[in-house]
Design a protein around this ligand. Structure first.
Ligand SMILES: [Zn+2]
Length: 88
C-alpha cells in the first residue's frame, strides 16, 4: 500500500522536470506534467528536443526547386513562381 503511494509521489515529482522544460518552450505545463508522470523516460528527452524542432521550423530558408528563389522553410509555396512544396 505504502509502496504504491511512494511510486506515485516519485512519478509525479519526476513529471515536473519535463513539464518545466516544456513550459519554458511555450508548451502547456499541465499536459506535460501528466505526460511526464505517465512516461518520464519518453517525455524528458522529448521535452529537451522541443527547442531544436522549433528552431528548425522557425528560422532558415530553402531554395525553390523550380526557380531557385530562397524562401522561408515554413512556406507552403514559392512566392515567385507559385511552385508548391511537398512535405516529406
Ligand atoms: Zn519558385
Amino acid at each position: 500500500m505504502h509502496t504504491i503511494t511512494l511510486v506515485i509521489i516519485i512519478a509525479v515529482s519526476l513529471g515536473i522536470m519535463p513539464a518545466f522544460v516544456a513550459m519554458q518552450k511555450g508548451r502547456s505545463f499541465l499536459k506535460w506534467w501528466v505526460y511526464g508522470t505517465l512516461a518520464f523516460v519518453i517525455a524528458m528527452p522529448h521535452a529537451l528536443l522541443l527547442d531544436r524542432g522549433l528552431r528548425l521550423a522557425g528560422g532558415g530558408t530553402r531554395a525553390c526547386g523550380f526557380c531557385r528563389m530562397k524562401v522561408s522553410i515554413s512556406a507552403t509555396h514559392c512566392p515567385r513562381c507559385g511552385h508548391e512544396f511537398i512535405e516529406f
